[in-house]
Ligand binder design. Structure first.
Ligand code: F6P
Length: 324
């Protein structure tokens, strides 16, 4: 291997820049050239490339987003798109590819490998933490800290005005952000996609809380929760039953995706970048770098994509006990 391409794909996540930097510097350390690909797979199809070296990634470890930019490419889902991308990589003498992204990006990487026998490695980058084979994805820790800080601020108003807040956090179909920020932010109730919460049960909990003398309430709602109602409908439902409650809604949204990566995410990105490149140099392909029990390890990409949820239900119990 003499030249490696690196790209970021899917939703951006804090720590992606640190991971690109780690890939580039590890390549420099081993005297390998690096080609940066702009806008994920779309840039690979359009040959939107930039040569990178150890110095071109200076001042990036502390920056949110991704300086290579990211996209969810529709064209790469077609065989023709992947063929074009392959030809462009070959034209630029690229021997292997590191993909920093989520499960959709890994699915693309695997297809690309199967069709063109091209070595690929995945680094999990998404705030959702919804990838099997790693306890933490890049950006997840930062997003948790951003969200919990926002919840703390909302709590000031909730307790000053004796209000109830429904706070929506991101996570797509996974409840990692909701469950952890709910516990960390002292939520009364946490609604996650992995658990069915009948709306009557939610109402009953809220009523019991009031009977126990709770004057304010934070309810953290994962965007993919299973109540079948959106957050405004949830508020309306509770409000109709209890017009005396003073209820507000806050949707944290994309602020959870931005900002400087936490120290944890920077170190994780650096470790993952080193492992991704050195695994390719060992002649291996089709793995995702992960971290488990603070040890960097590898999971076959296929397993990372299909492995299912790793959400620890012990946390659900902790949340329940904490809201006694
Ligand atoms: O996957 C990251 C994520 O932020 C999810 O939590 C969310 O469901 C989705 O991306 C939002 O996507 P977009 O930025 O395209 O609106």
């Amino acid at each position: 291997i003499k030249k490696i391409a690196v790209l970021t794909s899917g939703g951006d996540a804090p720590g992606m820049n640190a991971a690109i930097r780690a890939v580039v510097r590890t390549c420099a350390y081993h005297n390998i050239a690096v080609l940066g690909v702009y806008r994920g797979y779309q840039g690979m199809i359009e040959a939107d490339f930039v040569e990178l070296n150890a110095r071109s990634v200076r001042d990036t470890i502390n920056k949110g987003g991704t300086f290579l930019k990211s996209a969810r490419s529709k064209d790469f889902r077609t065989k023709e798109g992947r063929q074009k991308a392959y030809e462009n990589l070959k034209k630029h003498n690229v021997d292997a590819l590191v993909v920093i992204g989520g499960d959709g990006s890994f699915t693309g990487a695997l297809l690309f490998n199967q069709e063109h026998n091209f070595p690929v490695m995945g680094i999990p980058g998404t705030i959702d933490n919804d990838i099997y084979g790693t306890s933490h994805t890049l950006g997840y820790d930062t997003a948790l800290n951003t969200a919990v800080e926002a919840i703390d601020k909302i709590r000031d108003t909730a307790s000053s005005h004796n209000r109830m807040f429904f706070i929506e956090v991101m996570g797509r179909d996974a409840g990692f952000i909701a469950l952890n920020t709910g516990i960390g932010g002292g939520a009364e109730r946490i609604l996650i996609p992995e658990e069915d919460t009948p709306i009557e049960e939610l109402l009953q909990d809220i009523e019991e809380g009031h009977a126990k003398g709770k004057t304010s309430n934070i309810i953290v709602v994962a965007e993919g929760d299973k109540t079948g109602k959106n957050i405004f409908e949830l508020k309306d439902y509770v409000e109709k039953k209890h017009p005396e409650y003073d209820i507000r809604v806050a949707i944290l949204g994309h602020m959870q995706r931005g900002g400087a990566p936490s120290c944890y995410d920077r170190v994780l990105a650096s470790r993952m970048g080193v492992k991704a490149v050195e695994t390719l140099l060992e002649g291996k392909s089709n793995f995702m770098v992960g971290i488990n029990n603070d040890k960097i390890d590898l999971t076959p990409l296929e397993k990372a994509i299909k492995g299912g949820s790793k959400l620890d239900m012990e946390l659900v119990r902790v949340a329940e006990i904490m809201s006694v």
